[in-house]
Design a protein around this ligand. Structure first.
Ligand SMILES: [Zn+2]
Length: 405
């Protein structure tokens, strides 16, 4: 999911000469000036979206362009200024912090028993679940830490199978994208529990070594559970680093910020963060041939490059395999996931997807999960959607595996 910074202003805004000085992320303020999510219909002949940008605390829409609605977060007090500037906006979430608080209250009342995938789970619960899965099938499943976060939390990985094809999937580089945590864990759960009864799963596990890292950013993830539901980065010196701008391919290029307060802050240097180091070391050692990095939201399948408009040498293969993934995902619940080269969405330098392809040679995709737009929920996706979204993530993995034989 994207966030903002002057470097992330949509290119069409630059073209129009209206790159604004955007406000960077700030911690939640008291409820007297709540954060509001709004949507503006952008048209090439209307300046509304460009005029609204200076008021943005955060951009929620993943896809941006002259005819795509722009979803922003602003202070309630800014709405008067938007109206005064004749900007036509629609309030989509009247108080995003109230939504987060209601969600936090609901989650506090969960007793943790019952169906694990009926609701969101915190770092401790995910960790325990991974250990339970490993205990169910110790001959083919192991759990191990691949590193330790800044605040000392292990970054857990589940390794499933001993086959020749090496695949990595991971989630939660961005803390607030909770559905990515659940989809990774659900994929692992299905592969472990259904091995004996599902021949397709048995074949997958027997021919694959799959590493699953559901929570790449445990500190940020816990921070979203306890303090700010909309936090994105890790917890480096409290300002945080955007882990998905901290990778070494084109580090520091377009769509990554030098400003520590920015939500796309790239870090002091490439791989400055223990969380990206952990995944880097695992990937260098295992030399994965296939990779999925799960994010939220917008329902997209993205492939390299993100840092340049230049097509990847394997562009046709990326597009062909990506098409099969999109079809397999659609077949689950008739939900569309749009396929494109990352840079078409917006330029982003220093991403995991570009590094996994550029340095490891993996066929690497970023999948932006549900919802399609921030209307009503944004990052706070209703828990009833965990299972169907996991069906889509699982279908994407199986399609990737078989298409890339
Ligand atoms: Zn993300």
């Amino acid at each position: 999911m994207l966030n903002l910074d002057t470097a992330r202003v949509p290119r069409w805004m630059y073209v129009a000469g209206i790159a604004a000085s955007l406000v960077t992320w700030a911690a939640p303020r008291p409820a007297r000036d709540p954060r509001v999510a709004i949507r503006i219909d952008c048209h090439a002949d209307s300046p509304s979206c460009a005029l609204a940008s200076p008021f943005a605390l955060d951009i929620w829409s993943e896809e941006q362009g002259p005819d795509v609605p722009l979803e922003l977060v602003v202070r309630e007090s800014s709405l008067t200024s938007l109206t005064a500037a004749h900007i036509d906006y629609q309030v989509t979430v009247a108080n995003i912090d109230a939504v987060a608080e209601a969600e936090a209250q609901r989650l506090r009342q969960l007793d943790g028993s019952g169906d694990f995938f009926a609701d969101y789970r915190d770092y401790a619960a995910i960790t325990e679940h991974l250990h339970q899965l490993a205990a169910l099938a110790p001959d083919r499943v192991t759990v191990q830490p691949i590193g330790v976060s800044l605040e000392g939390r292990p970054i857990w990985a589940l390794k499933i199978g001993h086959g020749a094809t090496k695949i990595l999937i991971n989630g939660t580089q961005h803390a607030r994208e909770w559905i990515s945590t659940m989809v990774n864990t659900s994929i692992a759960d299905r592969l472990v529990r259904n091995y004996a009864t599902d021949p397709a799963i048995q074949k997958f596990v027997d021919t694959t070594t799959l590493w699953v890292v559901p929570v790449v950013n445990p500190d940020g993830y816990q921070y979203t559970w306890g303090t700010d539901r909309y936090w994105r980065k890790n917890r480096r010196d409290r300002h945080g680093t955007d882990l998905n701008r901290n990778w070494a391919v084109a580090w520091g290029g377009a769509g990554a910020s030098k400003q520590k307060g920015s939500d796309t802050y790239r870090g002091e240097y490439a791989f400055s963060e223990p969380e990206t180091q952990a995944l880097r070391d695992l990937a260098m050692r295992e030399r994965f041939s296939l990779h999925l990095d799960f994010h939220a939201f917008s329902q997209l399948i993205l492939y390299p490059w993100g840092w340049t408009a230049k097509p990847a040498a394997d562009r046709d293969r990326f597009a062909g395999v990506g098409d099969k993934m999109a079809s397999a995902m659609f077949a689950q619940h008739q939900i569309n996931y749009r396929l494109m080269q990352s840079v078409e969405l917006y330029p982003a330098a220093g991403t995991m997807e570009d590094w996994m392809y550029g340095e490891v040679g993996a066929l690497s995709y970023t999948i932006e999960l549900r919802p399609k737009s921030g209307l009503r929920s944004g990052f706070v996706l209703p828990p009833a959607q965990i299972k169907p979204t996991s069906d889509e993530g699982f279908a994407a993995l199986l399609a990737l595996r078989s298409a890339a034989k």
